[in-house]
Design a protein around this ligand. Sequence first.
Ligand SMILES: O=P(O)(O)OC[C@@H](O)[C@@H](O)c1c[nH]c2ccccc12
Length: 256
Amino acid sequence: MLAELFQGSLEDAKSRRQIRPYSAVEAEALARPAALDALEHLTPADRIRVIAEVKRASPSRGDLAEIAEPHALASQYESGGASVVSVLTEERRFKGSLDDLEAVRKAVSIPVLRKEFIGEEYQILEARAAGADLVLLIVAALPQETLERLYAFTLELGMTPLVEAHSADEVARSVDLGSQLIGVNARDLSTFELDRELFGRVADQIPAGVIRVAESAVLGIDDVQRYREAGADAILVGEALVTNDPIATLASFLSV
Ligand SMILES: O=P(O)(O)OC[C@@H](O)[C@@H](O)c1c[nH]c2ccccc12
């Protein structure tokens, strides 16, 4: 499944590139005001930090919510205390778009993450051109050399890479990269199986000073508590926020 998701994302990027060539998107990306410093917004604090996701659907969970106005949802996330907004821009299975990201960017003043299956520089330029401050880089899908290249490219644009791992080995590769922001995804993107204990098993591998994000399947405050105890500085939450009152749900998560 992961290979299929990447292939789809890259094909879609190729189509967009026919209309907006690399040089045009690059010029737009460079003309943007500087990206916000996501690491600053996610600095470990007394309370857990929340990266709140705009997510309509997923291949593992099907349709979650309509979200006719992603910018309105993102504003609620911001006023509810989220530190960063994540916007799924993958179109085929997650029903997102870059337009969603652009709309969200205009509505909030906290950093915005482009959640996409990124395999080439063009997608990172698109993210910056649309106003994103962070991009997701999924270790499982990228050879180390490519990962290093995309990681460096993201930094050159003044953006922050969120490097996502799903095993001890992938955490080691994220650390080797020098990543300052590492996410451990409880969901295996190849099989969709959940491993809620994974974060606890690998957290110690992440050096002090690096921000640790627990990703996926955070549905209630018990999950937040468990991740907090296991050393998470932040959680990445989609489903629980789009299927419940986002403000009340954020308040409960932030009260842990
Ligand atoms: O909706 P959830 O279970 O709260 O999960 C959010 C987020 O972690 C999940 O959307 C995600 C994490 N890594 C990804 C990579 C690609 C697509 C989606 C994801």
